[in-house]
Design a protein around this ligand. Sequence first.
Ligand code: NAD
Ligand code: GLY
Length: 367
Amino acid sequence: MLGKYEVRVSLAERSYDILIARGSLQEIGSVLGRLGLSNTVGIVTDRHVAERYLTRIVRSVKAAGFRAVPIILPAGERSKTLRSVSKILDELIAAKFERRSALIALGGGVIGDLTGFAAAIYLRGIPFVQVPTTLVAQVDSSVGGKTGVDHPLGKNLIGAFHQPLAVLIDPDTLTTLPKREWVAGLAEVIKYGMIADEAFFAYLEKHTEALLRRESGPVAQVIKRSCEIKAKVVAEDERESDRRRILNYGHTIGHALEALGGYRSLLHGEAVAIGMVQEADLARHLGICSQEVVDRLRGLVRAAGLPDAMPKVSFNALWQALQHDKKVAHGEVYGVWPEQVGRVRIAPLARDACRRWFVGRGARSGR
Ligand code: NAD
Ligand code: GLY
């Protein structure tokens, strides 16, 4: 085993550990036992993940003495709906889940967000454990307790904060991830460098090729450092009243693009990559950062194989979509703007300034 790390998310009585260890998928049954759970466990997953990992998980859970109830949903962002949550709830009721029963979210961010939300509202809250199997989920969505579903007008507009009991990360699951999904996950990793850690950003610049080859050493380092940064920010501001908003860097424009594309055209990470570069360019336009910051970010985004150009969209459509962002307060859109690589600032965005930037982009689009 190459590395085994534990990262603590400190949230008083809701504190929990993130365990990062290769091959740990097999250990899930004993982890559940150590968490003091008993009786029934629902394993929520999607069809792609079920094909590869469900049998292993069911075996481990049963060997530890639990009744296992698999719940399999269609894969992809378009499943992240209230209808899917309703399906999970139907299965829990049919299988007579009690307050002491638990759910396992086995899959990517879509499954994690859906399962966490179902766990938050079933019987007013039952425990759940995150077992993330995509890079996006291992470095971001499984940590921090944001759960929920999309609405046709906006991403993640319906949901609840519900922290998991534990996060069990097996980096070996990433070997079966399709290349496009792998690359999309690198966007959230780059985000941590931009918002909090210049040295980590430099590490990513240096190890881009190794990361694209999914070399286990750099992959483990990247998961660990990302989880550390996320755990610290979440511990400082669990409910996103202030500091946690920095985790949404790239997501203001990114979420708008996802919704405008009907959650079909861009993967979440791809939308975040475009959002980060475009928001950095907007920050440069607003005088918050230098061109050098934009160029450095764009260089890493492109080296990772991620998109950075704004898709064809009108200013009015974009501005309309931005109004559904969760960071809108008193009618103002709040953005997260890089000042330097490793440091961001939160500030409102005026429509006129955004429009001037948007119109002026054409002249600079070759960059
Ligand atoms: P996803 O859950 O749709 O997974 C991507 C695809 O990879 C799916 O087709 C899935 O079946 C497949 N897959 C998963 N694991 C696999 C594996 N090991 N091998 C092969 N295929 C595998 O998408 P995602 O990128 O993991 O997550 C994106 C979602 O996460 C978005 O809805 C986003 O809003 C959400 N998110 C939430 C938070 C949060 O804090 N809650 C943070 C970031 C992102
Ligand atoms: N992904 C944003 C957050 O967890 O706050």
